[in-house]
Write a protein that binds this ligand. Structure first.
Ligand code: HSE
Length: 434
């Protein structure tokens, strides 16, 4: 049978990794698919002397790849949402299948792209878009297809998790660890995407659509990064038996879907609390199977190329089969995608960690507890630390029971208005993930 020709657009960390993996494992891939798979054309803007591009057509103009009649499958790994969108839509219009690692593109333009692909009868595969080498897309779309999914929570940005882990374990500086993540090829081109939670929100948007069968709605995701986290909060959390992780959470509630990315206290003995370094993990709670956890490398050339090449294998098998499997792009049949509302953050219920700096004098704690109680906020634990600098204020740390965020916002505004409370109240949401 004739070989399948792959066109790769972009030869950065992921594109170069996929090229090498297709070559290194060519014999094994041919045994898996019954076809030879070869890279026939690459679109690359600059020379990559370290890559062996012999026998491959090279174009500086990426659009030449999607217009090449010899190319069967286009691998889009240039990132971004403008040229990448044009490339993918043109590839689809030209009847080519697409494999992409581009979470931003799918979170922001996926509805348009999948509609175009369905109309044209081509595949757009995107396993590499979420959690690097962890096959979470296949899990949600196929492995858990029997279930109604209740919620999922994931560490889905390797760079952020790497930074938090290094800061906690080695006391390293934020900027120093970020620079290392960039050098290792983990970080986004714009690293604020990693540390401000935008990359995680892109991925969460995709996971939530697959879990609940709804359109991609990135603009409605609540996004909070890790740049405001302090070492003292990390250590107070540890003292209370918690770890702080940057989680993406999607939860089905009777009123709608929670879609949120933020630092989160989770009990230290949960498996997911012990996911460190660049590793990702996604915990899925589903009705029949119960909780399942998926873990592995979330970024880097090898793990991401593993997902890209697995998608190529799926597409090659489908191209070769007499009748191809019909796995819908968003896990549910396109006509069954439901416009379930996404909740605003004020309508979300969670427990909280609060840290406030209180003047060391009688009655201050009484004022604090009075305000919380007036908003029906129940306190789970409270600790007051001795003053670190022998000044006249002391840190007070509170854990609350679950409360509507709207009530917590009002309570925090009243706490900050107290003359005996210095500065802003630090709040970090808490989840038991039970
Ligand atoms: N910047 C991303 C991360 C790369 O650190 O997880 C993988 O999507």
């Amino acid at each position: 049978m004739k070989p399948v020709n792959i066109g790769i657009v972009g030869l950065g960390t992921v594109g170069g990794g996929a090229l090498n993996l297709l070559r290194d494992n060519a014999a094994e891939l041919s045994r898996r698919t019954g076809r030879d798979i070869r890279v026939s054309h690459v679109g690359v803007r600059r020379d990559r002397p370290e890559l062996n591009l012999n026998d491959i057509r090279i174009s500086r103009d990426s659009f030449a790849v999607v217009q090449d009649p010899a190319v069967d499958i286009v691998v889009e790994v240039i990132g971004g949402t403008t040229t990448a969108r044009e490339i993918v839509l043109q590839a689809i219009a030209n009847g080519k299948h697409v494999v992409t690692a581009n979470k931003a593109l799918l979170a922001e333009h996926g509805n348009e792209i999948f509609a175009a692909a369905e109309e044209k009868g081509v595949y757009v595969a995107f396993e590499a878009a979420v959690a690097g080498g962890v096959p979470i897309i296949k899990v949600l779309r196929e492995g858990l297809a029997a279930n109604r999914i209740d919620w999922l929570a994931g560490i889905i940005n390797g760079t952020g998790n790497f930074i938090l882990t290094e800061m906690r374990d080695k006391g390293r500086d934020f900027d120093d660890v970020l620079a290392e993540a960039q050098a290792l090829g983990y970080a986004e081109a714009d690293p604020t995407f990693d540390v401000e939670g935008i990359d995680a929100a892109h991925k969460l948007t995709i996971l939530a659509s697959l879990a609940f069968g709804m359109p991609l709605q990135f603009a409605k995701a609540y996004t909070e990064g890790i740049t405001q986290l302090t070492r003292e909060d990390v250590s107070y959390a540890e003292e209370l038996g918690f770890r702080i992780k940057h989680l993406g959470i999607a939860r089905r509630t009777p009123a709608g879907i929670e879609l949120r990315v933020h630092p989160t206290l989770i009990p230290a003995d949960r498996l997911i609390a012990n996911v460190n370094g660049v590793k990702n993990a996604v915990l899925v709670q589903a009705d029949a199977v119960g909780p399942t956890l998926y873990y592995g490398a979330g970024a880097g050339a090898g793990p991401t190329a593993s997902a890209v090449v697995a998608d190529i294998v799926d597409v090659v098998r489908a191209l070769t089969a007499e009748s191809a499997p019909n796995v819908p792009h968003l896990a549910f049949m396109p006509q069954a995608i439901a416009d379930t509302p996404i909740l605003s953050m004020e309508a979300v219920v969670t427990a909280y960690y609060l840290r406030l700096q209180a003047l060391d004098k009688p009655g201050v704690l009484a004022d604090v507890t009075r305000i919380l109680s007036s908003h029906d906020i129940s306190i789970e634990a409270i600790i007051q630390k001795p003053s670190r600098d022998n000044g006249d204020s002391v840190p007070v740390i509170l854990l609350t029971k679950p409360v509507l965020e709207r009530e917590m916002n009002r309570a925090i505004a009243e706490l900050e208005a107290l003359s005996d409370i210095a500065g802003a109240v630090t709040r970090i949401r808490m989840e038991t993930l039970a």
